[in-house]
Design a protein around this ligand. Structure first.
Ligand SMILES: [Zn+2]
Length: 180
């Protein structure tokens, strides 16, 4: 079962670095406030159950296992957008259920900021880089170079616009169907 018009294959089934524009930070909170707590929990359960409660990327279950043989909890809901369309709108295309270390690979900018004051051995940023190397068979330097390029592009976009329009059609229409 999918939400209406959701593309459950959008972006494939491995993480890629997605530098969320700053107006989009805290999107889950904003969405929850917009549709209401109970509607959000219907969506959340739906997303979790359709993947059997395992991380969509590394396949770890709450008990561990998966690609990295690590305990995966806590699990997070995350969002994939088709960014910066000709209309200037970011369109929500897919909702995913993933473990926290995999989520840290996507939101590498926040992971980087959150790791600033931590020593390298406890750095979620370092773990995220290592994970991306495994997923994409690349070297840490290649991943860091890619991150820097993406960060530059995202900052240039943020400088141009103060606000980003979001299209969350799949949630609103999906909800109508799920409630029926
Ligand atoms: Zn994972």
């Amino acid at each position: 079962m999918t939400l209406q018009n959701e593309d459950v294959f959008f972006g494939g089934n491995s993480p890629f670095i997605d530098i969320a524009p700053s107006p989009q930070w805290g999107f889950e909170k904003k969405l929850k406030a917009h549709i209401g707590e109970s509607s959000w929990s219907v969506i959340r359960d739906h997303i979790k159950n359709r993947v059997g409660g395992c991380c969509e990327f590394c396949q770890a279950s709450p008990g561990g296992g998966g690609l990295f043989k690590q305990k995966a909890s806590p699990f997070k809901i995350d969002f994939r957008f088709q960014r910066d369309t000709p209309a200037g709108t970011d369109i929500l295309r897919r909702i995913i259920y993933i473990c926290e270390p995999c989520r840290n690979t996507i939101h590498l900018r926040q992971t980087d900021i959150n790791s600033e004051k931590l020593s390298p051995e406890f750095s979620p940023f370092r773990v995220a880089i290592d994970r991306l190397c495994v997923f994409h068979r690349r070297t840490p330097q290649q991943i860091i170079d890619e991150y820097k390029t993406l960060l530059q592009t995202a900052k240039e976009r943020e400088d141009k616009i103060s606000e980003i329009n979001f299209e969350t059609y799949i949630v609103e229409n999906g909800l109508n169907r799920l409630w029926k």
